[in-house]
Design a protein. Sequence first.
Length: 240
Amino acid sequence: MVLDTAASADGRTWQGACGRSAGNQRHRVCHQERLPVVRLSAGIWPSEDDLQSVCSLGRTRSVGAIVPRACKARPRHGSADDRCHACQGPPLGLGRKKGEHKQAIGRSRGGRNTKIHAIADAKGRLLALLLTGGEAHDCPPAQRLIRRTRSAKKLLADRAYDSADLRGWLHGRGTTPVIPNKSNRKRPFRFNKQAYKWRHRIENAFCRLKDFRRIATRYDRLARNYLASVCLIAAIIWWI
């Protein structure tokens, strides 16, 4: 380490051999070889090396003026930010993901789920199956489901199928409806309470379906894949 200034014992500075003050003394080797103490590296460029400033595209928070004859001018709604629409909101989907209503997925109290509509014979074997969203009522798809089977003497169903139109349609097919009345019905219908006790056969069929995890919890995205799994399990239950 080389010091430019040295101090004696009494605190006075000394001069070198060339007669210069201690503040002007240079390194002896550097003075002889005439080498600078500090020099710029060849790989470092100065900051003023033909750098140009970035040109502004338009006014603040805007794309700028419209190019003539490039596109039709659209009316502005007076929003401070052109990227923000005055009436923001999600796309039209009724709060559901795209395509859910076509894949028998609905939202009920328990969340997003699928409802299985089925008809079973007297032995509890499934004859017809239909899928709807979890929020769908049982009565509207009843006629479409019953048309897939032959006409029976009696049809047992719970209170959800209590409808005057459905009862009249069943009588037209030659089927006697065994359906209990709702509590708010003003003119109740008569039904065979003894025959209604056999309705547990369809409940037992659904319990056997739910024994399979793939049916109890839907993992299939497409309704056709889930319906195929239900039909496969129903065929297995038929022979067990």
